[in-house]
Design a protein around this ligand. Structure first.
Ligand code: KIV
Length: 306
């Protein structure tokens, strides 16, 4: 007897329908081939992700920059995997069409291949579309292990903020021949093990351009010039919420002043009894209020006599 397996139509449509319009890692590679610039921004919360997605970005990075712009740490080094998990969940609740990349924080992937795969896998199981790691040849075995496990990985070369202690600060990369060649070597090593794209941070434009020409996967730049296949900016820098953005960030609106002025107005309106206005609160029906008032008077008299 032959048994026919019939999948319910709803199951088939929902399995495929769920990806409708969703940007996945291979779309980034296609965009490079077609010469379409890739636009990314960081986000750490539900509404930031909703805003970014509504604005039409291609990728949202739940960056370890959250250590500085959300937590107020002096660097990204104290950021933990549970912190990335917490903010990744918030971003995923916005169900963005944009590719969601979860940053792997310092020491969540460097120790061993097993740890790298397990930690990256945790982020993918939660719903991230890819993970990002900082470094080149020195972490290549961990990157390879993650990719072999089926995890899409975005590389990050040039300035690696997680290595600022070793690098002597947040210094421009690629200025010397040796440093430029090291960056090219990192990019090639990452491409060879199968990363789907590479962030190039704070690197001279000539070197970022060479990397972009040499590798087939897209390069996403931050502070590394216009020749890359895409750009990424930190949410709080772009919107001027961070009053001390890095010199390479373009500030599109003075968010700090804008929000401060709005809150100042709120403070003043509460103090002057301007807010709340009639439209900001609710009243009892007149008849109900009269009954309530009469009963309350009786009740209060009884309280006085007890
Ligand atoms: O964490 C982050 O925001 C980043 C960007 C600077 C690319 O890694």
């Amino acid at each position: 007897m032959t048994v026919k397996l019939i999948y319910p139509i709803t199951l088939i449509t929902s399995r495929f329908g769920i990806l409708k319009g969703k940007i996945l890692p291979h779309h980034f590679i296609k965009m490079k081939r077609e010469g379409i610039k890739i636009v990314m921004i960081t986000a750490y919360t539900y509404y930031q992700a909703l805003i970014a997605d509504a604005a039409g970005v291609d990728g949202i990075l739940v960056g370890d920059s959250l250590g500085m712009v959300i937590m107020g740490y002096q660097s990204t080094l104290p950021v933990t995997l549970p912190q990335i998990v917490h903010h990744l969940k918030a971003v995923l609740n916005a169900r963005p069409k944009a590719l969601v990349v979860a940053d792997m924080p310092f020491l969540s992937y460097e120790v061993s291949r097993d740890e790298a795969v397990r930690n990256a896998g945790k982020l993918i199981k939660l719903g991230a579309d890819a993970v990002k790691v900082e470094g080149g040849t020195e972490i290549i075995d961990k990157v390879e292990a993650m990719i072999k496990a089926g995890i899409p990985v975005m590389g990050h070369i040039g300035l690696n903020p997680q290595r600022y202690l070793q690098l002597g600060g947040y210094k421009l990369r690629g200025k010397t021949v040796d440093d430029a060649l090291k960056i090219i070597e990192d990019a090639k090593a990452l491409e060879e093990v199968g990363v789907f794209s590479i962030v190039i941070e704070f690197t001279v434009a000539e070197v970022a351009k060479k990397v972009t020409e040499i590798v087939k996967i897209p390069t996403i730049c931050i502070g590394s010039g216009p020749y890359c296949d895409g750009q990424v900016l930190v949410f709080h820098d772009l919107l001027g919420i961070n009053p001390n953005p890095p010199p390479f960030a373009k500030v599109y609106v003075n968010g700090f002043e804008l929000f401060k002025e709005a809150i100042k107005k709120y403070v003043s309106e509460v103090r002057q009894n301007v807010f709340p206005e009639e439209k900001h609160y609710y009243r009892m029906p007149k008849e109900e209020y009269n009954k309530f008032n009469a009963l309350l008077k009786e009740k209060l008299k009884r309280f006085k006599h007890s």
